[in-house]
Design a protein around this ligand. Structure first.
Ligand code: ATP
Ligand code: MG
Length: 329
C-alpha cells in the first residue's frame, strides 16, 4: 500500500517586492515560502500544523490541494501525484478544505441546501435530485444542523458563525472525502463554540475515517484534536511527532517560543532572544532559519538543516541535539 499522503522535498517560492521603490522599478526577489519540506500523513490520522502567521501553512495546504504546483519535490496522495489527480478531476472527491472564515467561504445568496449540494451538482451530475437532497440531509445531520428541515431553506445570514462553519463542514463531507484540510477553522469563531466545532471534526474523523490536517497558530486548541503535530517555522517543519510527546517535552527553541505564547509566560525565555521580530524578512541565508534568534545557536547551525530522531515519537531539526540523542536514523 502506498503512503496515504506523502510530501518529499517540497519547495515553493514567490516573488516579493522589496519596498515601494522596488515595486515601482518592478525589481523583485524570490522568497522560499516552503523550503525542502517532507511529510507523511497516515489514513485516519489527524496532523496538526502549527506555526505563526507567514510560516507557510496555507501555502502548504494549497500545494496539497493541487491549487499550487511545487517548484521542487513531489506530493503523492495514495501513490498518485496530486497534480495528475487534479487534471483527471479525481482530487476533489478525495481532499476537501475548510477555510478560516465561514462568512466569506459560503455564498450568502444561496440557501443552506444549495450550498451543501454544490459539490454534488458539479461532480455527481448523474445523481437524481432526490438522491442529492438525501445526501445533503445526511451531511446536515452529521454536522448536527438539526432538525434538518429547519436548516435546508435558511440563508447564511440567518445563522450564527458556528452554524455557518457547520454548513461549510457539511459541504466538505457531502461526498465523504478521505482527507480534510481545515485551515484555522475556529479562529474566527466565538471561544464558546470553538470546542464544539473541534469535537465535531473529531466525531467525523472517527465515524467516517477521514484524515485531517488541522492548521492553526494556536497550540492550546491543538491537543484536543491532533494525533501528531508539525511545528512550522519559515517553510520548514522544525519539530514533529506525537502531539502529547511534543507538547510535554518540546525541544526546539521555536516550539518553546510558541508554547510561551500559549502559557503567557512573561519572563524572558532561556531559549530565544527576547524582542526578536518574527517577520521572516531577516532569515539567515543558510542553515537553520531560527539560529539568529536563538540563544542555543552555535557554529553548526549554519550547516544544512537536518532532522534528528529523539525517539520513535519525536523528531527535531535543531543541531543542539545532534550529539545528545541516540542515533535512531
Ligand atoms: N501568491 C502569493 N504571492 C506572493 N507571496 C505569497 C503568496 N501566497 C503567500 N505568500 C507569502 O508567503 C508567506 C506565507 O504565507 P501563508 O499564507 O502560507 O502563511 P500562513 O502560515 O498561512 O500565515 P497565516 O497564519 O497568516 O494564515 C507570506 O509571507 C505570504 O505573504
Ligand atoms: Mg494561513
Amino acid at each position: 500500500m502506498p503512503p496515504f499522503l506523502l510530501l518529499q522535498n517540497v519547495s515553493k517560492s514567490f516573488p516579493v517586492h522589496k519596498g515601494l521603490f522596488n515595486i515601482l522599478s518592478k525589481s523583485k526577489y524570490i522568497r522560499k515560502v516552503i523550503d525542502n519540506l517532507s511529510l507523511e500523513v497516515g489514513q485516519g490520522e489527524v496532523l496538526v500544523l502549527a506555526g505563526e502567521s507567514g510560516s507557510g501553512k496555507t501555502t502548504l495546504a494549497k500545494l496539497i490541494m493541487g491549487s499550487l504546483t511545487p517548484d521542487n519535490g513531489t506530493i503523492h496522495f495514495e501513490g498518485s501525484d496530486v497534480q495528475d489527480l487534479k487534471k483527471k478531476k479525481k482530487l476533489y472527491s478525495s481532499i476537501q478544505m475548510i477555510h478560516q472564515d465561514p462568512y466569506s467561504s459560503i455564498n450568502p445568496y444561496l440557501k443552506v441546501k444549495d450550498i451543501v449540494m454544490e459539490p454534488l451538482k458539479i461532480h455527481d451530475k448523474k445523481l437524481s435530485k432526490e438522491e442529492k437532497t438525501e445526501k445533503v440531509r445526511i451531511a446536515l445531520s452529521r454536522t448536527k444542523l438539526e432538525p434538518v428541515n429547519e436548516f435546508l431553506d435558511k440563508y447564511p445570514t440567518m445563522l450564527s458563525g458556528g452554524q455557518r462553519q457547520r454548513v461549510s463542514i457539511a459541504r466538505s463531507i457531502v461526498k465523504i472525502p478521505k482527507l480534510i484540510i481545515a485551515d484555522e477553522p475556529v479562529s474566527m469563531l466565538d471561544i464558546s463554540v470553538r470546542a464544539e466545532i473541534l469535537s465535531l471534526l473529531n466525531d467525523l474523523r472517527k465515524s467516517l475515517n477521514i484524515s485531517i490536517i488541522y492548521i492553526t497558530h494556536d497550540l492550546a486548541t491543538s491537543r484536543f484534536i491532533g494525533d501528531k503535530i508539525g511545528i512550522m517555522y519559515a517553510g520548514n517543519i522544525v519539530e514533529y511527532g506525537e502531539i502529547d510527546e511534543i507538547l510535554h517535552n518540546p525541544l526546539h527553541p521555536y516550539t518553546w517560543m510558541l508554547l510561551d505564547a500559549v502559557t503567557f509566560t512573561t519572563n524572558e525565555s532561556k531559549f530565544y532572544k527576547a524582542h526578536s521580530s518574527f517577520n521572516f524578512s531577516d532569515l539567515p541565508s543558510k542553515g537553520c532559519k531560527f539560529y539568529n534568534k536563538c540563544k542555543l545557536s552555535f557554529d553548526d547551525c549554519t550547516n544544512d538543516l537536518q532532522q534528528f530522531n529523539i525517539n520513535r515519537k519525536h523528531a527535531v531539526s535543531c543541531f543542539y541535539y545532534q550529539n545528545i540523542v541516540p542515533k535512531l536514523n
